[in-house]
Ligand binder design. Structure first.
Ligand SMILES: [Mg+2]
Length: 219
């Protein structure tokens, strides 16, 4: 059995800036901060890294209560933004997930999104329920730690000794995937700069070639 941990942004879907728009609105609403994310490079970073970092840039502390308040306000904004920005699934995602349900795999998420934000991004496309569980931004700001938490959860749904595969679009996915002992399949549908994906075990332009995608994930 193979445990698959899919990244979301740039891998399963492209939100067309929906997350940034929703976060920017939330920082403004809660703390009166304009353009809180301006100038930050947060591709592949977790939500629980982004929020304290943006607050720190304003000279503010970030408490667990601040994070909880942020999530409560961010998720509704995100739902609106996903619609407004015409977020969409990356090519081939839907057929691939359908095909994977017939394979000996456990489908999971490994994403820096807060769990409720992940749901807000995937449910509109009808793919949230494909994923049994996962690691999320709520688990830890560091991607390696949140992937490890996700893998531990997913192992409870799998037979012992299951191999893990991380699917992502940035160097952060690759480093963190290797750090938890997973094979990493990178896709070029996201936010990578040239050279970023060189250390991946396999690289796909996108997931639209079903046969090539299944073979990269499962062989
Ligand atoms: Mg990503």
């Amino acid at each position: 059995m193979t445990i698959l941990l899919f990244d979301i942004d740039g891998t399963l879907s492209t939100s067309q800036g929906a997350g940034t728009q929703a976060m920017t609105r939330t920082f403004k609403q809660l703390w009166g901060i304009d353009n809180a994310l301006k100038g930050m490079n947060f591709a592949g970073r977790s939500d629980s890294w982004i929020v304290p970092t943006a607050l720190s840039n304003q000279g503010r502390d970030c408490t667990p209560e601040d994070i909880a308040r942020f999530i409560d306000h961010y998720v509704p904004h995100l739902g609106d933004a996903v619609e407004e920005r015409n977020s969409r699934l990356c090519p081939g995602v839907l057929p691939l997930l359908g095909a994977l349900t017939k394979e000996n795999v456990t489908l999971g998420l490994g994403t820096g999104n807060f769990r409720r934000a992940a749901e807000a991004k995937l449910r509109p496309f009808g793919i949230w329920d494909y994923f049994i569980d996962g690691g999320f931004g709520d688990d830890h700001p560091d991607r390696t730690q949140l992937l490890a938490a996700g893998l531990e959860r997913l192992r409870r749904h799998s037979t012992d000794g299951a191999d893990a595969v991380v699917i992502g679009d940035t160097s952060h996915d690759i480093e963190a995937g290797h750090a938890i002992g997973a094979k990493v399949v990178a896709v070029r549908t996201g936010y990578a700069q040239p050279g970023d994906l060189d250390n991946a075990d396999a690289i796909l332009d996108d997931l639209s070639n079903l046969e090539a995608s299944l073979s990269a994930l499962l062989d």
